[in-house]
Design a protein around this ligand. Structure first.
Ligand SMILES: O=C(O)CCC(=O)C(=O)O
Length: 298
């Protein structure tokens, strides 16, 4: 079985492995930390009540239908069938939908907040900005470290990826390059690319759209998993990741949120009533990743 990841097709079982869950460790923060150190990610199955996630899914789909006619008329709303004649409606960072009570009940609900409070052993905050995405047919996210987008605050910032519905791999799931956070072969990539800042340096954000280029040059293994409503994946700022491609005719709905210890400084672009977000990236000439990689020698 092969799945599209960026511009390549990867064989499941060899080029594309399967993420393992950490549910057996949930009561043991030290074991969770150790697992994160080892794998660079934590997959938690069924963290959120399924019905709560499906209620949020319905709210997002109603918004997409009402604001942009983005759901194929005559189909079941919850199937999220794409209407190619709809008009784009921004979800990412759009508080009218990211701060809808049903959506916030998942993204800032007790299950995830308490998970991070236990994991860090202290109280936590989450960024006000929410990266809610609707990814259509052929859409995917290229390989990147999140530090390049939000690295100005706490070094213990983590990303949480939440699917709003059941998402099989062929509909676009998070794909992680396991080993990218700790293997010595990735050290130069972490020190160069991993420490750029897209607003300061004005460089494209994705390292590559070719997942196999990474594993051939640096090692590691791409892994992903079929996701169910209620599951989440948590990664570090230095866990290289992207997504599998959506090859279906349905929207893939998911959101990336960020959590960190409350006592540590937060990247000012993503917090507050109206976060300023990226303020310079793509607002003038932008260096290609190819040019930046040539300068870094990677
Ligand atoms: O959902 C995606 O396509 C990518 C998500 C992502 O890059 C992230 O969670 O940081």
């Amino acid at each position: 079985m092969k799945y599209h990841v960026g511009e390549k097709e990867l064989e499941f079982g060899t080029e594309l492995g399967e993420l393992r869950d950490c549910n057996g460790l949930l009561e043991d923060p030290a074991a969770l930390q150790a697992r994160m150190d080892e794998d660079g990610y934590l997959l938690v199955r069924g963290l959120h009540p399924r019905e709560r996630v499906l209620t949020a899914r319905r709210a997002i789909l109603e918004f997409m239908r009402d604001q942009g006619n983005r759901i194929m008329p005559g189909t079941d709303l919850m199937d999220a069938v794409i209407n190619p004649d709809g008009k784009p409606v921004r979800l990412m960072g759009n508080k009218s939908i990211t701060h809808n009570p049903a959506v916030l009940a998942v993204l800032e609900g007790d299950p995830i907040t308490q998970f991070f409070a236990r994991y860090f052993g202290e109280s936590v905050i989450t960024f006000d900005y929410k990266w809610l995405r609707e990814v259509g047919r052929t859409g995917f996210t290229g390989a990147h470290y999140d530090n390049v987008y939000m690295g100005r605050g706490s070094k213990r910032l983590h990303t949480c990826w939440t699917p709003f519905g059941d998402i099989p791999i062929e509909q676009g799931t998070l794909a992680i390059c396991v080993g990218s956070h700790n293997l010595p072969t990735f050290a130069k990539m972490r020190e160069t690319y991993g420490h750029m800042d897209v607003d300061r340096d004005r460089v494209e954000g994705w390292f590559t759209n070719d997942p196999l280029e990474i594993t051939r040059q640096f090692g590691g293994q791409w892994q992903t998993a079929n996701m169910r409503a209620g599951d989440v994946i948590i990664i570090t700022m230095f866990t290289l990741h992207g997504s599998t491609n959506n090859t279906t005719n349905r929207w893939r709905l998911s959101c990336d949120t960020r959590f960190q210890p409350a006592a540590e400084p937060a990247d000012e672009r993503w917090v507050g009533e109206n976060p300023k977000a990226h303020y310079a990236w793509h607002s003038g000439p932008t260096k290609t990743m190819q040019a930046a990689r040539a300068e870094w020698g990677i």
